[in-house]
Design a protein around this ligand. Structure first.
Ligand SMILES: [Fe+2]
Length: 342
């Protein structure tokens, strides 16, 4: 596999100030100086992760996929061309704007602009979060994940799986069709939801502490306009596939941002594609955007998951937890089967 992580995301918007506010005060990213026509935001030691570009039309976007080095980028370009995909070698000026050493661009079968790069610029300046979060979980797992909507899954699935070489994590049919893909141990770095139209659904960033999520949830609940008082698009919940505890909020561009904690790591070498029979969430994630029938079906699936005792172990990072002593003989019998989930 050539691609190793989701490196950056760029969106066209004239609302640079709205985005700055959202990305710093709510998400906790750090704004970096970029001049008048764009804003960039840091999440870690990479020079930029999220870029908002006024020169790009609203609704336009680019997804930046990272490869290891220049030879790998050349090899990816060759593979794409063999697959009949038109590849543009981007000039140094654009690579500079993306803060990378080498850059190519191409489109998926739906016309989404994808970029692949190597050599992301890093900075020694400490990351200063826009609000008091513990930090973002990135590194080899990349920036997070990005999810697009598609008219039909089969129009783009072969491209991502067979040409780009993404590993299929899961396929879901109900309450809506979806396909999830991995490029590293993050359970999915990319997904497509079958909603009947092609567009942007959400991107996800993962925080290091559960409290970052809860405190962000408080902020999002009280952050909206008079007409639309609530930024929250899906309530707090936990996913069946990546085990992420998260909620979803509306971004200034209208698409959503998932704010998550506690995602699992998989082994891409041994993973086999799963069928998500229980739906996307084992609890929560009441989705404001779903049509009424799908919303009711999603709720029925969650209640069924709850009734069947569906649960998954928490995924915690070193230094972020304490083990509590066992207190009941009953728990010992429940805990015995805790390792064979998923
Ligand atoms: Fe997500």
């Amino acid at each position: 596999m050539h691609i190793q992580a989701l490196g950056y995301l760029g969106f066209g918007s004239v609302d640079l100030d709205g985005w700055s506010d959202f990305a710093t005060s709510l998400l906790g990213m750090q704004a970096v100086e970029k001049g008048n026509t764009s804003r960039a935001f840091r999440m870690d030691d990479q020079a930029q992760r999220l870029i908002i570009d006024r020169d790009l039309a609203d609704g336009q976007r680019y997804i930046g996929w990272e490869v290891a080095d220049a030879p790998t980028l050349a090899s990816l370009a060759a593979r794409l061309e063999q697959g009949g995909v038109f590849v543009t070698q981007e000039p140094a000026a654009l690579a500079d704007r993306r803060a990378v050493a080498g850059l190519i661009s191409f489109a998926d079968p739906l016309g989404n602009r994808l970029e692949a790069f190597h050599g992301a610029a890093r900075t020694d300046l400490p990351f200063i979060p826009g609000r008091a979060i513990s930090g973002f979980r990135t590194g080899p797992l990349g920036m997070g994940h990005v999810v697009i909507t598609v008219e039909r899954l089969d129009a783009a699935l072969p491209f991502y799986r067979d040409i780009l070489g993404f590993g299929v994590s899961d396929i879901m049919e109900r309450p809506f069709g979806a396909a999830f893909f991995h490029v590293n141990p993050r359970q999915h770095s990319f997904a497509m939801l079958e909603t009947g139209s092609n567009g942007m659904h959400h991107f996800m960033v993962e925080l290091c502490a559960l409290d970052d999520i809860g405190q962000g949830y408080d902020l999002a609940l009280g952050d909206g306009t008079e007409k639309d008082p609530n930024r929250v698009m899906a309530t707090l919940g936990r996913h069946t596939n990546d085990w992420m505890t998260s909620f979803y909020m509306r971004s200034p561009a209208g698409f959503q941002v998932e704010y998550g904690w506690g995602g699992r790591a998989i082994d891409p070498a041994t993973w086999t594609p799963q069928r998500l029979e229980a739906g996307p969430s084992m609890w929560g994630h009441e989705r404001a955007w779903l049509p009424p029938e799908a919303k009711a079906e999603a709720r029925a699936m969650r209640l069924k998951a709850g009734a069947s005792g569906l649960r998954r172990p928490l995924q915690v990072m070193g230094g972020s937890y304490g083990l509590t002593p066992g207190t009941s003989a009953w728990w010992d019998t429940v805990a015995e089967d805790r390792t064979d989930h998923g």
